[in-house]
Design a protein around this ligand. Structure first.
Ligand code: HMH
Length: 221
């Protein structure tokens, strides 16, 4: 029988916050077609700012992976993720112009600033690769799980949101998240209990920030 990965055990143990992050009312409203355009536009503008901050974070994970001199396929997967952020930024600009959202005038909301400063704290060289790559996996997985749920049978996503859901909900992105999960589990298997505990904390903190991030789409402004 297959042994349970640490990441799977965390997803079970913290299933309540994991579910809050991946089945948030914002996502459910995309899935059932009841989303209003101001909410979507707010998310779009805020997420563009977030992704710009995510680029140096992913680059810092890549540097840490390179210093592991362990397995070059890990660095290739992270490099692939970094490269696809280039397309993602182009996509955000095109999508924003479709929805008439001016990206240069988006004011980052408090939850976004908090999340970006958390990313910045994880970029420090004292943060171990295992801890940083755990955050990276969790961040990508929340979007993958959320948006793939919007594409499942029975959903009524508005046509104009299908491409957004495809971006993170497609099978290729799902595969990529599984590769990241394998990297994390391999790191955790050889990590000290101290580092495993730090990584678990970071996993939970990512989920908390993701919930707050979705919540922003509802607030005023
Ligand atoms: C807030 N979390 C947030 N934005 C994203 N684009 C992702 C995760 C996935 O990259």
């Amino acid at each position: 029988s297959k042994k349970t990965n640490i990441t799977d055990s965390w997803m079970k143990k913290h299933s309540s916050i994991y579910k809050e992050a991946t089945r948030h009312p914002f996502i459910l409203s995309i899935r059932d077609g009841t989303i209003d355009s101001p909410s979507f536009k707010k998310w779009l503008g805020q997420d563009y700012i977030y992704v710009r901050a995510f680029v140096p974070f992913v680059a810092s994970v890549l540097v840490k992976a390179c210093n592991e001199l362990d397995d070059s396929s890990d660095t290739d997967i992270i490099l692939g993720g970094l490269a696809s952020l280039n397309d993602e930024i182009t996509w955000f600009k095109e999508e924003a112009s479709k929805w008439e959202v001016s990206l240069t005038s988006v004011v980052p909301q408090r939850a976004n600033l908090m999340y970006c400063s958390f990313l910045k704290s994880l970029m420090r060289s004292e943060i171990e690769y295992t801890v940083a790559v755990t955050a990276f996996w969790a961040i990508e997985t929340v979007y993958q799980d959320s948006f793939s749920h919007c594409l499942e049978d029975g959903s009524k996503i508005p046509e104009e949101l299908r491409e957004t859901c495809q971006r993170w909900g497609n099978n290729g992105f799902g595969q990529y998240c599984h590769f990241l999960q394998n990297i994390v589990d391999r790191c955790l298997e050889k990590a000290s209990i101290d580092i495993i505990a730090k990584a678990e904390r970071v996993f939970i903190t990512v989920l908390e920030h993701e919930v707050e991030f979705w919540n922003m789409s509802k607030g005023e402004i």
